[in-house]
Design a protein. Structure first.
Length: 150
């Protein structure tokens, strides 16, 4: 319950900050920089939202160590991220790969297996937001896809 309360507070503060920074014109000393506006995920997949009566937002700070990886997984809900530091290589089950670096905004791909690895000598840190559903996992571990094994 405490975790849910903290998450709600963080999302409320984040939403307030976004509202203020998006309307920076006319506010002394406030600046904003648009990171991304898109209707597709990083691989071109059309963005879709869950239809649910039990929505749940999750906010995370994820850190992968140097040479680290997530393992193969897929996202069952919309995922958005911002790379705080380091670089990541996202390998998709369809064989495509995408590199994201510090300062990049990411719109995650849904229901397509992927493995994320750090690139370079340092760790990678990112803030991740997922708009999912209560009692339903946003991330599901999967076996390494056959296409990648070939």
């Amino acid at each position: 319950m405490k975790t849910r309360f903290v998450t709600i507070i963080l999302i409320t503060l984040w939403g307030t900050a976004v509202a203020v920074t998006c309307r920076a014109d006319g506010y002394a000393g406030v600046t904003s920089r648009k990171l991304l506006t898109t209707s597709t995920a990083s691989n071109g997949q059309k963005i879709s939202y869950l239809a649910t009566d039990q929505p749940e937002v999750t906010a995370l700070v994820v850190e992968l160590p140097p040479g680290g990886e997530t393992g193969w997984h897929l996202h069952t809900a919309p995922v958005y991220a911002y790379v705080l530091s380091g670089s990541l290589d996202v390998e998709m089950a369809d064989g495509r790969s995408y590199v994201f670096r510090q300062g990049d905004a990411i719109v995650g791909v849904q229901n397509l297996a992927q493995n994320v690895r750090t690139v370079g000598n340092g760790p990678a840190r990112l803030v991740v937001f997922s708009t999912g559903e209560q009692d339903r996992p946003n991330v599901v571990k999967v076996e390494r896809p056959k296409r990648v094994l070939e």
